[in-house]
Design a protein around this ligand. Structure first.
Ligand code: FE2
Ligand code: FE2
Length: 153
Protein backbone atom coordinates (compact mmCIF):
# COMPACT_ATOMS: atom_id res chain seq x y z
CA UNK A 1 0.00 0.00 0.00
CA UNK A 2 1.38 3.35 -1.05
CA UNK A 3 1.65 6.39 1.19
CA UNK A 4 1.61 8.73 -1.78
CA UNK A 5 -1.21 11.24 -1.48
CA UNK A 6 -3.90 10.50 -4.03
CA UNK A 7 -6.20 12.96 -5.75
CA UNK A 8 -9.75 12.75 -4.30
CA UNK A 9 -11.12 11.56 -7.67
CA UNK A 10 -8.52 8.78 -7.63
CA UNK A 11 -9.50 7.82 -4.07
CA UNK A 12 -13.13 7.63 -5.17
CA UNK A 13 -12.26 5.48 -8.17
CA UNK A 14 -10.18 3.07 -6.09
CA UNK A 15 -12.71 2.77 -3.27
CA UNK A 16 -15.50 2.07 -5.77
CA UNK A 17 -13.40 -0.55 -7.52
CA UNK A 18 -12.54 -2.22 -4.17
CA UNK A 19 -16.26 -2.28 -3.35
CA UNK A 20 -17.03 -4.05 -6.64
CA UNK A 21 -14.29 -6.62 -5.87
CA UNK A 22 -15.69 -7.20 -2.38
CA UNK A 23 -19.18 -7.69 -3.83
CA UNK A 24 -17.73 -10.18 -6.32
CA UNK A 25 -16.11 -12.11 -3.45
CA UNK A 26 -19.41 -12.11 -1.57
CA UNK A 27 -21.20 -13.57 -4.59
CA UNK A 28 -18.53 -16.26 -4.88
CA UNK A 29 -18.83 -17.05 -1.19
CA UNK A 30 -22.61 -17.38 -1.53
CA UNK A 31 -22.21 -19.53 -4.64
CA UNK A 32 -19.81 -21.74 -2.68
CA UNK A 33 -22.31 -22.15 0.14
CA UNK A 34 -25.06 -22.97 -2.36
CA UNK A 35 -22.90 -25.83 -3.70
CA UNK A 36 -22.11 -27.29 -0.27
CA UNK A 37 -24.50 -30.17 -0.70
CA UNK A 38 -23.27 -31.00 -4.20
CA UNK A 39 -19.86 -32.24 -3.03
CA UNK A 40 -17.81 -29.92 -5.26
CA UNK A 41 -17.28 -27.46 -2.37
CA UNK A 42 -16.59 -28.37 1.24
CA UNK A 43 -17.18 -26.39 4.42
CA UNK A 44 -13.43 -25.88 4.88
CA UNK A 45 -13.19 -24.02 1.58
CA UNK A 46 -16.04 -21.70 2.52
CA UNK A 47 -14.45 -21.05 5.91
CA UNK A 48 -11.09 -20.26 4.36
CA UNK A 49 -12.73 -17.92 1.83
CA UNK A 50 -14.54 -16.09 4.66
CA UNK A 51 -11.27 -15.75 6.53
CA UNK A 52 -9.54 -14.33 3.44
CA UNK A 53 -12.43 -11.91 2.97
CA UNK A 54 -11.96 -10.56 6.47
CA UNK A 55 -8.30 -9.80 5.64
CA UNK A 56 -9.30 -8.02 2.44
CA UNK A 57 -11.90 -5.97 4.28
CA UNK A 58 -9.34 -4.94 6.86
CA UNK A 59 -7.03 -3.74 4.07
CA UNK A 60 -9.95 -1.95 2.45
CA UNK A 61 -10.92 -0.10 5.64
CA UNK A 62 -7.28 0.79 6.27
CA UNK A 63 -7.11 2.20 2.73
CA UNK A 64 -10.25 4.27 3.32
CA UNK A 65 -8.90 5.58 6.61
CA UNK A 66 -5.53 6.48 5.07
CA UNK A 67 -6.82 8.07 1.85
CA UNK A 68 -10.54 8.77 1.96
CA UNK A 69 -10.63 10.25 5.48
CA UNK A 70 -8.20 13.13 4.73
CA UNK A 71 -10.08 14.00 1.52
CA UNK A 72 -13.48 13.97 3.26
CA UNK A 73 -12.09 15.96 6.16
CA UNK A 74 -11.18 18.80 3.81
CA UNK A 75 -14.24 18.58 1.58
CA UNK A 76 -16.51 21.01 3.41
CA UNK A 77 -17.49 22.33 6.85
CA UNK A 78 -19.08 18.99 7.78
CA UNK A 79 -15.84 17.10 7.10
CA UNK A 80 -14.79 16.43 10.71
CA UNK A 81 -18.32 15.32 11.62
CA UNK A 82 -18.41 12.91 8.66
CA UNK A 83 -14.97 11.55 9.57
CA UNK A 84 -16.10 10.85 13.16
CA UNK A 85 -19.15 9.06 11.78
CA UNK A 86 -17.04 7.01 9.36
CA UNK A 87 -14.68 5.88 12.13
CA UNK A 88 -17.64 4.92 14.32
CA UNK A 89 -19.08 2.88 11.45
CA UNK A 90 -15.77 1.16 10.79
CA UNK A 91 -15.46 0.25 14.48
CA UNK A 92 -18.93 -1.30 14.36
CA UNK A 93 -18.15 -3.10 11.10
CA UNK A 94 -14.91 -4.56 12.48
CA UNK A 95 -16.75 -5.89 15.52
CA UNK A 96 -19.58 -7.35 13.46
CA UNK A 97 -17.15 -8.79 10.94
CA UNK A 98 -15.18 -10.55 13.69
CA UNK A 99 -18.37 -11.91 15.19
CA UNK A 100 -19.70 -13.25 11.87
CA UNK A 101 -16.40 -14.67 10.62
CA UNK A 102 -16.00 -16.44 13.98
CA UNK A 103 -19.54 -17.81 13.61
CA UNK A 104 -18.60 -19.05 10.13
CA UNK A 105 -15.43 -20.73 11.47
CA UNK A 106 -17.41 -22.43 14.22
CA UNK A 107 -20.44 -23.41 12.12
CA UNK A 108 -21.16 -27.07 12.73
CA UNK A 109 -23.63 -27.62 9.91
CA UNK A 110 -24.22 -26.46 6.35
CA UNK A 111 -27.36 -24.64 7.54
CA UNK A 112 -25.42 -22.68 10.19
CA UNK A 113 -22.71 -21.92 7.68
CA UNK A 114 -25.20 -20.69 5.08
CA UNK A 115 -27.00 -18.53 7.62
CA UNK A 116 -23.81 -16.83 8.82
CA UNK A 117 -22.59 -16.28 5.26
CA UNK A 118 -25.94 -14.71 4.34
CA UNK A 119 -25.77 -12.37 7.35
CA UNK A 120 -22.21 -11.39 6.48
CA UNK A 121 -23.04 -10.73 2.83
CA UNK A 122 -26.16 -8.71 3.69
CA UNK A 123 -24.31 -6.62 6.23
CA UNK A 124 -21.43 -5.84 3.90
CA UNK A 125 -23.68 -5.01 0.93
CA UNK A 126 -25.67 -2.63 3.11
CA UNK A 127 -22.49 -1.00 4.47
CA UNK A 128 -21.13 -0.53 0.95
CA UNK A 129 -24.39 0.96 -0.26
CA UNK A 130 -24.58 3.41 2.66
CA UNK A 131 -20.94 4.34 2.34
CA UNK A 132 -21.32 5.10 -1.34
CA UNK A 133 -24.37 7.23 -0.62
CA UNK A 134 -22.78 9.17 2.25
CA UNK A 135 -19.09 9.45 1.50
CA UNK A 136 -17.91 8.05 -1.82
CA UNK A 137 -19.64 10.76 -3.80
CA UNK A 138 -18.53 13.05 -6.57
CA UNK A 139 -19.44 16.00 -4.38
CA UNK A 140 -17.16 15.04 -1.48
CA UNK A 141 -14.36 13.39 -3.41
CA UNK A 142 -13.65 15.80 -6.21
CA UNK A 143 -10.37 17.40 -7.11
CA UNK A 144 -10.37 20.98 -5.89
CA UNK A 145 -10.41 23.70 -8.44
CA UNK A 146 -7.99 26.43 -7.59
CA UNK A 147 -9.60 29.75 -8.43
CA UNK A 148 -7.70 31.33 -11.27
CA UNK A 149 -9.56 34.64 -11.53
CA UNK A 150 -8.40 36.00 -8.18
CA UNK A 151 -8.46 39.52 -9.58
CA UNK A 152 -11.73 39.11 -11.36
CA UNK A 153 -15.10 40.52 -10.25
FE1 FE2 B 1 -15.65 1.71 4.87
FE1 FE2 C 1 -15.79 0.76 1.86
Amino acid sequence: MSDQPLMPSEVRRKVLSQHREIEQMLSELEAGVAQLGAGSVDAGQVKRAAYALRGILELHMTFEEAHMVPAINEADGFGPERVRHLYAEHAEQRQELDRLVDAIQEAGSAVDLASSVTKLANMLRKDIEEEEREYVTEKLLRDSIIPTDTFGG
